[in-house]
Design a protein around this ligand. Structure first.
Ligand SMILES: C[S@@+](CC[C@H](N)C(=O)[O-])C[C@H]1O[C@@H](n2cnc3c(N)ncnc32)[C@H](O)[C@@H]1O
Length: 280
């Protein structure tokens, strides 16, 4: 990798999607291939060679875990809307039953492009129709009140699952506290959050050191003090929420009959959290 910062945060959305395409059976994402492009392939190859070759499987397992979790909640009639913060090119709307609504939030340039492509693919019958709303916003700017008002109108008190997957690494602590305060203001009792982040333990690995080096050298528009890790205590201490499940790459690998290949020190082990709102 060169020293010049030539990768945008939005490129990471294409790359994450490309990981899922490379093992559809493990990820459960049979639509990721629709976003295949040359630039993402090039970044992906450089990234896995530099950081960790197990990044394909870690991302597939992450998608699979949230897909299965959300599917179960939909089956049990516990959620009516999935709100995906930093949705990138994730394809949950098309992998889940048509009877729930979706709000996809990301940087304006990402949602504009996604909306254009998805609209075209639906009109060509390459994707099934879904109830989708796209919202462009930058979580590093002053967005809270306007976004909250907008989301409250769309959600209209329906039960929701908020997903924030592959995003907190790019934000800093105050941006994280702010976004979780928005979740709290938006959600009602029994609503859910699914969140992904790295713990202090993950930070100790060689793979994480390489990730930081890669990010600092290559990524040009991440938050000033990003590369965030989030301790378990952050989730445990959220007043209105109860942490009802925590998994990671290794525990989920057992669930989906997958065998990690590399030494733990060479694997970027993200943690996956499910929170349920207890107080409104
Ligand atoms: C690694 S991608 C993950 C995408 C998707 N959640 C997934 O798992 O496939 C990170 C996403 O977070 C979005 N993101 C990062 N920082 C953001 C910010 N400050 N405001 C809005 N979106 C942001 C990026 O544009 C990108 O789509």
């Amino acid at each position: 990798m060169s020293n010049s910062k030539n990768i945008r945060v939005s490129d990471t959305a294409f790359v994450t999607c490309a990981f899922r395409r490379l093992d559809e059976e493990l990820s459960g994402d049979y639509y990721a291939k629709l976003w295949n492009n040359e630039n993402a392939e090039k970044i992906l190859k450089g990234y896995i060679n530099y950081v960790s070759k197990e990044e394909i499987e870690t991302h597939c397992i992450r998608n699979r875990y949230f897909l299965e979790t959300i599917k179960n909640l939909v089956k049990n009639n516990e959620i009516e809307i999935l709100i995906n913060f930093g949705a990138g090119f994730s394809m949950y709307p098309f992998l889940l039953d048509s009877d729930i609504s979706h709000i996809e939030i990301d940087k304006p340039e990402v949602v504009e492009y996604k909306k254009e492509v998805i609209t075209k693919l639906i009109s060509q019958n390459k994707l099934p129709k879904r109830d989708l709303t796209y919202v462009g916003v930058d979580f590093s700017q002053d967005y809270l009140d306007k976004l909250l008002t907008n989301l409250k109108q769309i959600v209209d008190n329906r039960s929701c699952f908020i997903l924030i997957e592959g995003v907190l690494f790019f934000l800093n602590k105050s941006e994280t506290i702010l976004i979780f305060s928005l979740f709290d203001k938006l959600q009602n009792t029994n609503d859910y959050i699914g969140s992904v982040s790295y713990t202090e333990d993950a930070r100790e690995t060689s793979a994480f050191s390489r990730l930081i080096e890669y990010t600092n050298r290559g990524l040009k528009d991440a938050s000033a003090d990003g590369c965030q890790i989030v301790p378990n205590s952050f989730y445990e201490s959220l007043e209105s929420y109860r942490l009802i499940n925590k998994e990671d790459y290794f525990s989920c690998s057992k669930l989906y009959n997958h065998k990690p290949k590399l030494d733990a020190d060479d694997i970027l082990n993200e943690s996956f959290y499910i929170l349920k709102k207890t107080i409104s």
